[in-house]
Design a binder for this molecule. Structure first.
Ligand code: SAH
Length: 567
């Protein structure tokens, strides 16, 4: 006799477009299909099974038992769940019935759980991108879970600033849970936190409501609704609910403010809502206010919003008359909740601008004076960072909207302030502590005329004051070496990786007076013609010629022996 099989199939939100191919295959292979009758109706037209058994909502255990019985008799059976069968669905129940009978994978019937799109995903897609960041699902059904446990989970998720998808939020008889859930959430989250209510996602009777934590109960919520509550940085935009991945934007000297590139956005510091890893405290800029809606629990509100609320005319007297923090918080909240929510209203985010740049004591000079060090420390302050780099300079990051004052202060002490990013940099040797100083003026001219020039990719010019080139100019994108009162020129090193190689020597004995114009020609040609992100060595290899210099392959062609013990 054929060995029986159970498919536990999640058929997604309910329409034909969002069911997986594997789910359809499973349903079509099945001799019997079993499920709650509303669900059976949704997939009936897709299948040719011999029998389709629809059962009532509460008959889940007997449905699972019947499925196991049929499979044990050698049949192929599908048990269906909406969404994903492993999310408040039939998958666990089928396994529980099997386990009770001593089932093992080796000897028992075959079981395959076919994944489906769960409500958290289908509903989120209709709202915009509300989930995006750390999230959880909580079922508000207390049929099988004690309410005290559910309450604790809501509290924990609210406290930890998870985006929350509430499943089974309400039914005809179960109406209190969502009210309780709202009041727990309000202890930790602003009343204007965006909330999405999605009923019957991707079914004919689909309904989408965008509301707020304060107002969510004014709308219809039922058995077929999923309630998605944003975290503290979720916002509305153009009739969508969006949870951002980051809040910082970076800029450097002479640059427009820019958003982070994707790989930078994934950094820990791009996540403002994260509490401090060590202390568990809120980040600077977010402040705890002592109470909300009369409850004595602390909550977090961005400091700026709180300040704005305090500045509002109805609360001008707050600071003067020394109101209690509770009163201040209540008045502040009153201001916040006045905010209208409609399709074109955009909640203001706390966007922090990070000004980043490099500082260096000079092109030849590597010495930083104590005074300069103190000024750097002063401008970096408590909130910035500075990092010493192999290029003999500090990379500095400071959250500020006033870069000018910082630059002036640093320049006053004789420091160079340089942009970061895809720009031209120059690194020179120390000219044997000034003993071989002859070519320093040329290095300084490069610093004055070309450093900071925007390019398709960062470009390092290495400048060394004698033929020893001990600062390894030949391992830079462009190497310039002063020798016998003239310059040797190298182009296109690849300093890292398995195929690393030195730059190609392209010219010897360049007259000092011609150096800057030749260098300018090379970088301008590269700037004009290179692809975005294409490093100089790649560009040179691709176009084969730069400023009349012809490309030669400098990469090492040594054959690598296979390991004697390798396959
Ligand atoms: N296994 C299902 C969840 C079953 S619990 C899944 O993974 O999606 C039932 C709850 O799921 C409902 O109360 C509702 O909150 C949610 N739900 C299921 N399908 C939905 C749909 N199409 N639209 C909105 N919510 C849905």
């Amino acid at each position: 006799m054929q060995r029986g099989k159970i498919f536990v199939v999640g058929f997604g939100p309910g329409d034909q477009e969002h069911i997986t191919k594997r789910a359809i295959d499973a349903l079509q292979q099945s001799d019997h299909i079993m499920g709650y009758k509303t669900y059976v109706e949704l997939i009936e037209h897709l299948v040719t099974a011999k029998t389709i058994v629809s059962t009532g909502m509460t008959e889940e255990v007997s449905r699972a038992q019947e499925a196991v019985k049929q499979a044990e008799a050698g049949n192929i059976v599908s048990v269906i769940s909406s969404g994903d069968a492993g999310v408040y669905g039939m998958a666990g129940l089928v396994y529980e019935v099997l386990i009770e009978k001593g089932w093992t994978e080796k000897e028992g019937i075959t079981v395959e759980v076919v994944p489906g799109i769960s409500a958290i995903n289908s509903c989120a897609s209709l709202l915009g991108a509300p989930v995006m960041h750390d999230s959880c699902t909580i079922s508000l059904s207390d049929h099988l879970t004690p309410w005290t446990v559910i309450e604790k989970r809501i509290e924990a998720a609210a406290m930890a600033d998870f985006v929350i998808a509430f499943y089974n939020p309400k039914s005809g008889r179960r109406t209190r849970q969502i009210v309780e859930a709202q009041s727990i959430l309000l202890k930790y989250r602003s009343p204007d936190t965006p909330v999405g209510l999605v009923k019957s996602a991707y079914r004919d009777s689909q309904q989408i409501v965008m509301t707020t934590l304060a107002e969510m109960l004014d709308h219809e919520i039922g058995m077929l609704t999923t309630v998605i509550v944003g975290n503290s940085s979720t916002f509305f935009y153009d009739n969508k609910i969006i949870t951002p991945r980051g809040y910082q934007r970076k800029y450097t000297l002479g640059d427009e403010k820019q958003i982070w590139k994707p790989h930078q956005r994934l950094k820990k510091e791009a996540e403002p809502w994260a509490l401090d890893q060590e202390t568990g405290e809120a980040k600077e800029g977010y402040e705890k206010i002592e109470a909300i809606k009369g409850k004595q629990e602390p909550t977090m509100v961005p400091a700026k919003r709180l300040q704005e609320a305090v500045n509002d005319e109805q609360s001008v007297s707050i600071t003067a008359s020394k109101k209690s923090s509770l009163e201040m918080a209540q008045m502040a909240l009153a201001c916040i909740t006045k905010l209208p929510i409609n399709s074109d209203f955009l909640v203001q985010q706390e966007i922090e601008s990070i000004f980043e740049f490099a500082v260096s004591p000079g092109v030849a000079n590597k010495m930083i004076t104590p005074k300069q060090m103190m000024v750097i420390a002063e401008v970096v302050g408590e909130n910035g960072t500075f990092e010493y780099t192999p290029d003999h300079r500090f990379n500095v990051k400071i959250p500020t909207e006033n870069p000018k004052a910082i630059v002036e202060k640093l320049k006053e002490t004789g420091l160079y302030v340089l942009p970061l990013g895809d720009v031209l940099n120059v690194k020179a040797c120390d000219f044997c502590y000034g003993e071989k100083a002859e070519s320093i003026p040329y290095a300084e001219e490069i610093m004055d005329k070309l450093v900071g020039m925007k390019l398709p990719k960062e470009l390092h010019v290495g400048f060394n004051g004698c033929g020893m080139a001990c600062y390894r100019a030949v391992f830079d994108d462009i190497g310039i070496v002063y020798r016998k009162k003239k310059f040797d020129l190298f182009i296109g090193a690849k300093p890292v990786g398995r195929t690393a190689h030195a730059a190609q020597p392209v010219a010897e004995g360049v007259e000092p007076d011609d150096l800057i114009s030749l260098l300018t020609k090379i970088v301008e040609e590269y700037k004009e013609n290179a692809h975005p992100n294409e490093r100089l060595f790649k560009y040179f290899k691709r176009v084969k010629k730069i400023a009349n210099f012809h490309y030669q392959d400098m990469s090492c062609k040594i054959k690598i022996e296979e390991a004697p013990c390798g396959d």
